[in-house]
Structures are given as C-alpha cells and as structure tokens.
Design a binder for this molecule. Structure first.
Ligand code: FAD
Length: 457
C-alpha cells in the first residue's frame, strides 16, 4: 500500500514539527486547533453530525509569503496535509481539515499591493471590509462581496464563495472580467508561485483551496456608488417578484443588492420582525441615489410601499446593513431564532416566477422562500436560498427531487465534497490544474475525491 498524507498526519510528532518550523508561529494546543478547524458547517444538521470532530494537529500562521513558502515546502517534504483558512466563515466544512494535519491561517498576508483605474491587487489573507475602505479612498468599490465581508478574507471568498452583495450588477466570481489574475502557491516537489490570468484563473475559483494557495488576487472594480437601503413591503410573493424583476431588468436603474423574502421569513429574522408589517412579502434592496424615485414608484404601482429606508452613512441601529439580512445572513438570523431551521440552495430556470410559486405552494411553511438576484451574461438570474424546516436526510433528498422536478438546479449545501455541491462531477479545469499544482494530494484532502490520494493511485 502506498504512503499517503493521511498516514503521515496520524504518525507525526507535532511538537517536533512546530520546533522545526520556528520562527513560523505554530500552535498545537487543544483550544486553538479546535477553534481554527471550524466554519459554519453547523448550518447543516447533516454536516454537524458528520464532521463536528474534524481537527487540525497544528495551526500555522505565517507572517509573510517567505514563511508561507517555507511552511509549504516542509509539508511537501513530509507529506503533511495542508488546509488553508481565511476567516472560517465558509458553510460546508470547507476549511475544516478532513485528515488533520496543518491548518494555515492566512490572515497575516493582508496587504493591498496596488490600486489602479478599475482594478486592484491584494494578498489573499486581507479582510474584504478593510480592503474596501482603501478602495473607497480612490473613488472605487468592490464589484461584489459576501455578506460576511466584515471578517471574510479575499482568498477565502475566491476559493470558497460565489458572489454576494453586488451580484445584481456584476454577476459572480465565474463571470468573465471579474477575477483578472490569481497568484497561486503550489505544492509540487518544489513549491512554486504560478500566475493564472483571465479564464485560466477559474481553475482556483471555488476550488476550496484544493489546488493551491491564493497568495495574491487581482480583481476588477466598480466606481464608488451612493447606495440607499430600501425594504419594500408587497402584498404577496408574486408581487415581490414582480418588483424585483422590474428593478433587476431595468438597466437605467442602479442597484447593488436585490433579494425577495416571503412573509413566512419575517418572524424568523428579528430586525425584519421588529420593523416591517407582518404578512407582507419583502424586497430587500440597495438602490443608487439617482434611481430611488423610479424604484419607489415601481413599488407603489405594484401595490407596495417603502417599509424601511436608510441613506448612505446613516447609523444602522436595530436594522443591520441590508446585505446582512440577505444571502446566508438570512439563514443565520433564522437559526438564531429557531434551531430546527436549515437551508437549501438552488438555481431557478430563466422563467422563474411560475416555478417559484409552484415550489412555494408545494412545500409551504416547510420551506420559507428566500430569493437572490444576479445579472449574468446580461440576463437576470434568480437563485433560491430558501429556509428549510429540517426533519431528516430522507426528506431532504425528497425536497431536492421536488426542486429538480420543477427544473431547478440544486447546489447541495449539506455536503463537504466539492463535486457533490454543484455540478455533481469534478470540474475538469480545477482537476487538471490540481494534477500539476498538488501532485501528492496534500491540499485540503477529502474535499475533491477525484484527486485525493494520487500517491496511492
Ligand atoms: C452568515 C453567512 C453569510 C454568507 N454569505 C455569503 C455570500 O454572500 N456570498 C458567498 O459567496 N458566500 C457567503 N458565505 C460563505 C462564506 O462566508 C464566504 O464564502 C466567505 O467569503 C469565505 O471567506 P473566509 O475567509 O471566511 O474563507 P474560509 O471559510 O476560511 O475558507 C473558505 C474556503 O477557501 C479556502 N481558502 C481560504 N483562503 C484561501 C486562500 N488564500 N487560498 C486558497 N484557498 C483558500 C479554505 O480552505 C476553504 O476551503 C456566507 C457564510 C455565512 C456563514
């Protein structure tokens, strides 16, 4: 039988490793290895049961790129698993070490390297919120960011996320022109820095750090906007979708965030429950200052009204930033109120309105509806992140089947396996890159079974 990184992790003297790696900051203590081996996997009751005890043997926090290169070279020489961690806000056990080994905390690689006209380059460990403050000083802003950006890192978002606030203007990390270049540290026999540009960079996007460490990223920027928070209350889900559709498709109307939640979500999200009328369906939006009048008028025409308004720079108070009630923050609020809640992720067909209504009618209160909108290739796209009153794995499978029977694409958030989350097969570009960037299968082993223990093959 061949020797694998999993065997190496189990038989390693970790105090010895920490001594070898000095002066790189290393921690093998119980508390820190547990704390830094977790993300928001517990949104899924299935993952909570399955992966709760995954634990790193050593947390390494390199101070700079040189220390990171030394660390990776050491792990390659000793065939030790390497799992990168940004802020640990991922949802599916993405940064949790399936086979123990070294978790690399990248948050000290946090420098902005350059800001140009329409682009920037920064290190992978920078917090996105901090990055945005520097970008804003140049009159520019991130095209989109995850709702967790106050703690999430740039590299963690690129390797673990998809899109977020800003999707309605600029799509996702996969939309051409958003991710311009990534500098990747590989785990070949001699760890090497490789620059991936344009479409090539997609090899490391949403790859869970299985095929390299993103040490630098260059992304496109948008001009800084003046975004107003708006919550529109509409008579029902259909009317809320009509308003979102109208705002979403109107190219003259500037918007940064566009989501719909049905009335059943309101009691589960405390800031909404205390602010908006019960029984309404809501559109949660961030609208450009010059477009407010059009958006408000559209809401009125559809029988709705402005339930909450806030100008840029106004204090948040009881109601957090709009995006902190959208994306997976909706789920976070709901779990805070009702521990039986979990969630689903799906893509609706282009003609989404009748499908959303049919699914909502069929699943009712078991699946309070939450929709997020993006513009991809010039088309309005509707994603579902509905809440789920979870009962069992069997029922979850039935609900996934129901969604598929309505023509929805299911992105299963109840699995830690990359291939099982979205396309159901390994992404050929990610896999091909991993063959060269990680020949020994050391990066985040267990997440991409298509290339997990190549030494054993
Ligand atoms: C409440 C909540 C709301 C969320 N909202 C959104 C949202 O709006 N949009 C969205 O896309 N996601 C969202 N997420 C998921 C997650 O927060 C984002 O993907 C976030 O950007 C992850 O960043 P992080 O630094 O915490 O990454 P981590 O969780 O630390 O890591 C994520 C993955 O990337 C890998 N990784 C980390 N850094 C690097 C690196 N430098 N190089 C290579 N691999 C790396 C890790 O190994 C792991 O596989 C949400 C999650 C929660 C809990």
């Amino acid at each position: 039988m061949s020797f694998t990184s999993h065997d190496a992790a189990a038989s390693t003297d970790w105090a010895h490793v920490a001594a070898d790696l000095a002066p790189i900051a290393c921690d093998t203590g119980e508390r820190e290895t547990r704390r830094k081996s977790r993300d928001y996997y517990w949104f899924s009751p299935l993952l909570k049961a399955e992966i709760d005890d995954w634990r790193a043997d050593l947390i390494a926090t390199p101070a700079d790129l040189a220390e990171l290169e030394t660390l990776v070279a050491y792990c390659v020489a000793h065939r030790l698993p390497i799992t990168v961690r940004g802020a640990g806000t991922g949802n599916y056990g993405q940064c949790m070490p399936r086979h123990g080994g070294v978790v690399v905390d990248l948050t000290r690689l946090d420098r902005v390297l350059s800001i140009g006209e329409g682009t920037f380059r920064a290190q992978g460990g920078i917090r996105m919120y901090d990055l945005e403050q520097e970008l804003n000083r140049t009159g520019q802003e991130l095209r989109f960011f995850p709702s967790t950006w106050r703690s999430a890192t740039l590299g963690g978002f690129i390797a673990g996320g998809t899109t977020g606030c800003g999707a309605i203007g600029h799509g996702t990390l996969h939309t051409p022109g958003n991710v311009l270049a990534l500098k990747i540290l590989t785990a070949g026999d001699t760890p090497t820095l490789i620059e991936l540009t344009g479409a090539e960079a997609q090899a490391a996007v949403h790859a869970y750090g299985t095929n390299g460490i993103i040490v630098e990223a260059e992304l496109a920027l948008a001009p800084l906007g003046r975004w107003h928070d708006r919550i529109y209350a509409l008579p029902d889900l259909g009317a809320a979708m009509d308003l979102a559709d109208r705002i979403g498709r109107d190219r003259t109307l500037a918007k940064k965030q566009l989501a719909v939640v049905d009335a059943a979500v309101i009691p589960l999200v405390r800031p909404l429950a205390e602010t908006v009328p019960a029984g309404s369906a809501l559109v949660l939006a961030m609208i450009g200052e010059d477009s407010l009048a059009s958006a408000d008028a559209a809401a009125n025409e559809l029988g709705g009204s402005v339930a909450f308004a806030r100008a840029p720079g106004e204090k948040t108070g009881l109601v957090p930033a709009i995006y902190e009630m959208c994306w997976n923050h909706t789920t976070l609020h709901a779990i805070g109120r009702d521990k039986s809640i979990s969630y689903l992720q799906c893509g609706f067909p282009a003609d989404y309105r009748p499908v959303v209504l049919a699914v909502a009618a069929e699943l009712g209160d078991e699946m309070p509806m939450h929709l997020e909108f993006a513009t991809i290739d010039g088309e309005l796209v509707c994603f579902g992140i509905p809440l789920l009153r979870f009962t069992s794995a069997e029922r979850l499978a039935q609900i996934h089947a129901i969604l598929r029977s309505h023509g929805c694409q299911v992105f299963n958030p109840h699995t830690y396996v990359l291939e099982n989350g979205g396309m159901q097969v390994a992404d050929p570009q990610q896999l091909a890159f991993r063959r060269t960037s990680d020949p020994h299968g050391l990066f985040n082993p267990g997440k991409m079974p298509g290339w997990d223990v190549p030494d054993a093959a």
